[in-house]
Every structure is written in C-alpha cells, then in structure tokens.
Write a protein that binds this ligand. Structure first.
Ligand code: CA
Length: 229
C-alpha cells in the first residue's frame, strides 16, 4: 500500500514509518495539514492516517476539506482521546475508521489493511449499466469505444444511483449520501449534478442507461437489457 501519515509528533511519525515500511508498504510523511494537502494533491494514496491534532489546521478540518473536494481515499483518524463524541464527529465528516492513542501497532496495521481491502473491492469493480461500463477504478464510463471521465462528485452520485438501478432515490437520500448528512448548501446541487451525469451518458452515446426524473421526489437510474445477439 502507498500510505500517507499525517502526524506532527516526530516520535509517533517515525514509529509508524518504520513499522509500516517493515511490512513492505511505501510511506510518505507529513507533519502539518499544509504538507499533507500538497502530498495528497500530487499522489494517489491507498490509505491516509490522519492525526486529529495538527499544528496548523486540525485534522478534522483537513478531512472536511478533502471530502468536499471529492477525495475518496480511505482515511483512518487518530485521536489522543477516545471520546465517542469526537469519533462520531470524525465519522460523520468522512473518516472511514478511528483509532484512539495509545494503540497497538498491530491493530493499526490490521485496520489499514481492512480499509484497503474494502476500497479495492469497490475500486476494481466494473459495473455494467445497460450498454455502459462503469469502471470505478478509473472513474470512467465506456460505451462502444467512447469514454468519459467522471469528477469525484459525479462518481459518487452515479455510485449511489447504481446501488439500486430501477429504484427511486429521493433527492434528500442522494444529498445525504453524496454531499454528507450535514450539507447545508443549496439542495438543487443534486439536480445540477444529475445534469452533468446525463451529459456524460450522452457523450458516450448510452442508449440503454439513463437517469429518469421522478417528479417531486428524486431520480432513478434506468438500465435496459439489449437484444440478444
Ligand atoms: Ca498531534
């Protein structure tokens, strides 16, 4: 795994670096939120270990910014206290897992491996939607030789719709799943992004996958079987 460790305490950072490197992982270190932002903007990490308390911006704010920018990398947060309030807040903000200090290195390792397994199971899957291949690892739609790359947000929205093809997903469900339960912006953002997805389906020339509007309620991904050859 390619791992980014965001931790300001040099001893803890070194401990993690040594342990994870010995396990065969490639490790980058960041001591501040700013360094972490720069690293994550250049390199596609498999997992990120993010300390809550950082000297410049706290880890929770960094996490929130990353998620709002559409970063989907699994993130395990470290906290000095094991308070369940912090844990809930962290998970709601988009952390995938949580570990309170002090912890056993073996537990951290096992949790990182589990996060990575989960993400790769999702990430390598290609989902067939009618005549369109939805390639999750590349965030791409393909149909008859044409392809279109999705932005992180479009990817999340299509993933949400593709969970239950043919079923109504309400706007509030989609809003909560894709933009987070505490999103307080304009709910019309769902409609805007459905528009973007429709344009991409059109770009690849999809004929048997489309997003239908269910008036007053939400949206439905419709996929249709083709004629057998
Ligand atoms: Ca710290």
């Amino acid at each position: 795994m390619k791992i980014l460790i965001v931790e300001d305490e040099p001893r803890m950072r070194e401990l993690l670096r040594r342990g994870l490197t010995e396990e065969g992982h490639v490790v980058d270190l960041a001591g501040t939120a700013e360094q972490a932002r720069q690293s994550a903007s250049h390199i596609d990490y498999d997992v990120v270990v993010l300390d809550w308390g950082l000297p410049d911006t706290d880890g929770l704010t960094l996490l929130r910014n990353w998620r709002s920018e559409g970063l989907i990398t699994p993130i395990l947060m470290l906290t000095a206290r094991g308070s369940s309030g912090e844990k809930v807040l962290g998970l709601r903000t988009g952390a995938d897992d949580f570990l309170a200090k002090p912890f056993a290195f073996e537990e951290l390792l096992a949790r990182l491996e589990a996060l990575h397994r989960r993400a790769s199971a999702l990430g390598t899957a290609t989902t067939q939607l009618g005549d369109v291949s939805f390639e999750r690892n590349k965030r791409e739609l393909r149909c008859g030789g044409r392809s279109a790359t999705l932005t992180a947000r479009e990817f999340q929205l299509l993933s949400a719709l593709a969970e239950q093809p043919g079923e109504l997903r309400t706007r509030s469900e989609l809003l909560s799943q894709v933009w987070g339960p505490h999103f307080d912006g304009d709910p019309n953002v769902v409609d805007v992004y459905v528009g973007y997805l429709r344009a991409k389906l059109e770009t690849v020339g999809a004929r048997r996958a489309s997003i239908s509007t269910v008036r007053g309620s939400g949206y439905r991904l419709d996929v249709r079987a083709g004629e057998s050859a």
